[in-house]
Design a protein around this ligand. Structure first.
Ligand code: FES
Ligand SMILES: [Fe+2]
Length: 351
């Protein structure tokens, strides 16, 4: 096939600019009080730390004094971060409150901190290339009665636009993941940084026991490119769960891809396996979440080879059966600081 301007090279499928929005730094249970951890985020070296009172903070990794890395010997003392090199101390706003020699802190010793929100077991950070204040936040979910998140993180070579597009790429659900009888129950809708859609499909029940088809409904809610929550309903089992995906750019080509699952209820466990009726609820929930996570990891990893090796196609010649790719790409423009809004023609038979 002849390459034309519609195809971009594999090299340029790397991120040209880091997207705007809220992205996962880590899960709350990965950061204990008093811990200082190194994080690579959006091509920058950062540290995430938690003070003794429990407040999480994200800052540049290098001390503004003479450049020591806080994750290598830095300590938390009460509510401050202490540098291992000359003992300069910073509060959670990044202000130097003390030197190691009890002299007056230099005014220019200011540590850059990032906007973060901690909720629902997640530490999310806001990225905007010009450091403008967040224009929106991800709303807190009501997680009363839901099990704590069970999570898994990979590092994969992928572009966050591609991984986010995956959930509206309706066509690949049957080809790559083997779902059957896929249907769109509620077409994609967008409102600012929020995107929603609802699908139904049959999938293999193998992960829960016998190999047969099982009907499931998926309600997708995205807040920007970095946060996706899918509420899954399997009526036959009386099962309701939440599946989360958090793509977070490490640099221009590597992505930290985190998955998490939380379970609300499973009211007919005997339909999965008659023996499950005898199992106490907490054990039952653990078994179901464990099995769901195995299936979820298997599903998502089916996309890795494609993501790793694909190139970008600016104006895909879409067919009936493809998902709402055009509407999705229109929506993503708001997160891409390089997009001008003029170059967005998608040849569409599907929309
Ligand atoms: S480099 Fe951090 S106190 Fe000197
Ligand atoms: Fe996929």
């Amino acid at each position: 096939m002849t390459r034309n301007s519609n195809f971009v090279t594999r090299e340029s499928n790397r991120l040209q600019a880091f997207p705007t929005g809220w992205f996962l730094i880590c899960f709350s249970d990965e950061l204990k009080a008093g811990e200082v951890k190194s994080v690579q985020f959006m091509g920058q070296d950062l540290v995430v730390f938690r003070t003794e009172s429990g407040k999480a903070c994200l800052s540049d990794a290098f001390c503004p004094h003479m450049g020591a890395h806080f994750a290598y010997g830095g300590t938390i003392q009460g509510e401050i971060l202490r540098c291992p090199f000359h003992g300069f101390c910073y509060d959670t706003e990044g202000t130097c409150v003390k030197t190691g020699y009890d002299t007056k802190p230099p005014r220019k010793a200011k540590l850059r901190t990032w906007p973060i929100e901690e909720m629902n077991g997640l530490i999310l950070a806001y990225h905007q290339q010009d450091w403008e204040a967040p224009e929106w936040t991800v709303p807190k979910l009501d997680d009363d009665g839901w099990t704590p998140l069970v999570h898994h993180t990979w590092e994969v070579r992928a572009n966050p636009y591609d991984t986010a597009e995956n959930s509206v790429d309706f066509g690949h659900l049957s080809i790559v993941h083997g779902y059957r009888k896929t249907e769109i129950i509620q077409p994609l809708q967008t409102e600012g940084p929020k995107l929603t859609a609802r699908y139904g499909m049959d999938r293999d029940a193998g992960v829960f026991g016998k190999r047969r088809d099982l009907r499931a409904e998926f309600e997708i809610t995205k807040w920007g490119l970095g946060y996706s929550c899918v509420e899954v309903e399997v009526a036959e089992y009386g099962l309701r769960s939440r599946h989360f995906v958090f793509p977070s750019a490490i640099d221009q080509q590597m992505l930290k891809l985190s998955l998490a699952i939380s379970l609300r209820h499973v009211t007919h466990p005997e339909k999965i396996n008659p023996l499950l009726r005898l199992v106490p609820r907490s054990v039952l929930h653990k078994l179901i979440v464990g099995a769901s996570m195995r299936g979820y990891k298997n599903d998502v990893s089916q996309d890795f080879e494609i993501w790793r090796n694909k190139i970008g196609v600016e104006r895909p010649p879409l067919a009936e059966g493809d998902g709402p790719i055009h509407a999705f790409r229109q929506w993503t423009k708001q997160f891409d600081p390089t997009r001008t809004g003029e170059d967005d023609q998608v040849i569409s038979a599907a929309e």
